[in-house]
Write a protein that binds this ligand. Structure first.
Ligand SMILES: [Mg+2]
Length: 230
């Protein structure tokens, strides 16, 4: 398996209809104090949880937030675990996602590259029965770095260690739903697949010039070609 496919979670594989956001807000309130988070759908998109909290609390430093991340993560997991039945009921897996995960399974290494802190990513993917297609230990998460761009080398290093292979340049494919996913891929020399299943439309994403741009993954042949080709 010489390709590494790094999947964004929210807006790309699935959406939880605000269930995880409610749990996250509860955790931020509990650990960091009162917050008044912005309502725009794009506020959270493409950012790490670490960065989202920093943006919510601009008077605190990145390092100060980092010190509170383990407590936040713990509180977030507790709040989300209480909402698992609600999350399963209200969540949506986007069209074509399961088919594409299945078609790539065994042919490439698939792992998450997400702004979610690692235990939250695990809960979401397990609850919606997507974890079985992904190597969660080869991914990178919102508690690994403040910047999404810096998650790629972390995932590449983890996957490289686990599979005894150097994944470089176009061996790596980033699949995501935001301009920041595309920028993250390009900044790391990876190929990029963008889907308009999150808050950004095809027209919003097109100027960022992903290698493949799709309304969703139900017609994923172009994406499979770029992943599995040469
Ligand atoms: Mg996303």
């Amino acid at each position: 398996m010489c390709k590494l496919v790094l999947w964004d979670i929210d807006g790309t594989l699935l959406q939880t209809s605000g269930v995880s956001k409610a749990a996250m807000h509860m955790a931020v309130r509990q650990v960091m104090g009162v917050i008044d988070p912005p309502a725009e759908r794009t506020f959270y998109s493409g950012k790490t949880d670490w960065q989202i909290i920093c943006d919510m609390l601009p008077d605190r430093s990145i390092d100060a937030i980092a010190e509170q991340l383990p407590s936040f993560s713990h509180a977030y997991v507790s709040a989300l675990q209480q909402r698992i039945p609600e999350m399963i009921e209200r969540s949506q897996i986007f069209p074509g996602v399961v088919d594409m995960l299945q078609r790539l399974y065994g042919a490439v290494v698939q792992a998450p590259l997400t702004g979610n802190v690692a235990p939250v990513a695990r809960i979401k993917l397990s609850a919606l029965q997507l974890a079985e297609y992904l190597d969660l230990d080869a991914g990178a998460y919102g508690n690994d770095h403040y910047n999404r761009w810096s998650l790629v080398p972390i995932a590449v290093e983890r996957a490289g260690r686990r599979y005894q292979r150097a994944f470089t340049g176009s061996d790596v494919v980033i699949i995501g739903d935001t301009p920041n996913d595309i920028r993250t891929g390009k900044a790391n020399g990876a190929r990029t697949v963008a889907v308009a299943t999150g808050p950004y439309s095809l027209n919003d994403l097109r100027p960022y010039e992903p290698d493949v741009l799709l309304p969703d993954l139900s017609a994923c042949d172009a994406a499979l070609e770029i992943i599995l080709g040469d």
